[in-house]
Write a protein that binds this ligand. Structure first.
Ligand code: SF4
Ligand code: SF4
Length: 378
């Protein structure tokens, strides 16, 4: 497995990392992980050389960490890197930081994390991290050897990133980077700041929550014409993996097919050529003309007190705006229980403040509701 290594150590995280946020589930409606199916993915990835596993306190409603404990138990602890994260939105009172950190070690069945992140730093969440003195606590854990490298994942502007970088000497940073967000969310600006600071980059959402694996027909045709045998997802992964300073590209793999395709891609990794880069830029322009709601399906906005299935609403709507298949959209929407539909949104706004993509969720729910009503009337 191609790996670039980590500054100052001989350890080498693999360039392809396994993101454990979208593992196979027992059913569509549940966040319960299908252990056997998910374990098989981990085993195949491990055998192919993937040694970086990324989890979080909140993934799969808190079950991702425990899953990894069981799935990785058969492998020597020093043979893989485990990354976990502290969620600011679960910090309500002094003592929560320690409680969550200790719980995470227990859930994962380890006595140290190789990589530990302050989860989803934004200007707003930074206030919470500072209020609860999280950085000092985590520094302390690092001194005790319970954290090997301390970093953060980030969802805000380069200006906010500059501020975060000035706070301490971070060991790594995780940013949302893909060929659409390169300019659309100024991933380029964030990446450049990290490069200039010499901080290794972990890439999240390289395929933008799966959206760049399907694209719109025009952009897909552009890629297929250039290289018929390459999958659309492989272009997105190669874009992220080609950038110097990128330590690991996280992929939230949830089928064996994806694991096999991605590990093959990264085992014989070839950076994008200049010609391929031009093809990618052309396809990106075509896709941007269709861009709808930049939801990545992370589920940080959940649960909605009214029961609205927010990411599902956005996935269906995005699929419709790309395909324009009205009948398919209506059928899928109406097949959902009423509480899960956009029409059940009471505009409380609780979800929007948690969305790392800064989507105005209540407004979008109203738009979706109006769109559905129009389609139903036609
Ligand atoms: S604004 Fe709507 S979708 Fe968001 S939490 Fe409130 S009811 Fe749910
Ligand atoms: S709406 Fe925002 S928080 Fe919710 S799943 Fe989509 S990107 Fe994540």
């Amino acid at each position: 497995m191609f790996s670039r290594g980590y500054r100052g150590t001989t350890a080498k995280p693999s360039l392809l990392g396994f993101g454990c946020m979208r593992l196979p589930r027992v059913s569509e409606e549940s966040q319960e992980i299908d252990f056997e199916k998910a374990e098989r993915l981990i085993d195949e990835a491990y055998a192919a050389g993937v040694n970086y596993y990324d989890t979080a306190y909140v993934y799969h409603d808190g079950k991702s960490e425990g899953f990894l404990k069981r799935a990785l138990a058969k492998y020597p602890r020093e043979s893989y890197f485990l990354a976990d994260k502290m969620p600011s939105w679960h910090l309500k009172m002094p003592g929560d930081v320690e409680r969550i950190f200790e719980e995470q070690l227990k859930r994962c069945g380890v006595d140290y994390f190789d990589f530990y992140l302050c989860h989803s730093i934004t200007a707003k969440s930074l206030e919470t991290f500072e209020k609860f003195d999280v950085f000092t606590y985590l520094e302390h854990q690092k001194e005790k050897g319970r954290i090997r490298r301390l970093g953060f994942s980030f969802h805000d502007t380069p200006e906010v990133l500059e501020k975060v970088l000035s706070l301490r000497d971070w060991d790594f940073a995780q940013i949302q980077l893909n060929y659409i967000d390169w300019l659309a969310q100024d991933a380029k600006g964030q990446y450049t700041l990290l490069q200039n600071a010499g901080i290794p980059v972990v890439v999240m959402e390289p395929v933008r929550g799966g959206a760049l694996a399907t694209l719109c027909p025009e952009a897909a045709a552009c890629f297929k014409q250039a290289e018929p045998d390459r999958s659309l997802a492989s272009w997105a992964l190669r874009f992220a993996g080609s950038l110097p300073g990128v330590m690991t590209v996280l992929s939230g793999m949830n089928t064996l097919e994806q694991v096999r395709e991605n590990t093959a891609l990264f085992t014989a990794f070839t950076p994008l050529s200049d010609e391929e880069q031009k093809t990618l830029e052309k396809a990106a322009e075509l896709y941007k003309a269709h861009l709808t709601i930049p939801c990545t399906g992370c589920r940080y906005c959940m649960d909605c007190p009214s029961g609205v299935e927010i990411p599902k609403m956005f996935a269906l709507y995005n699929d419709y705006t790309l395909s324009q298949r009205e009948g398919v959209y209506l059928k899928a929407y109406e097949a959902l229980p009423e509480t899960q539909r956009a029409a059940s949104c009471v505009q409380c706004g609780r979800c929007a403040e948690r969305c790392p993509q800064h989507i105005q969720i209540p407004e979008k729910m109203q738009e979706i509701k109006a769109c559905i009503e129009k389609l139903q009337a036609d």
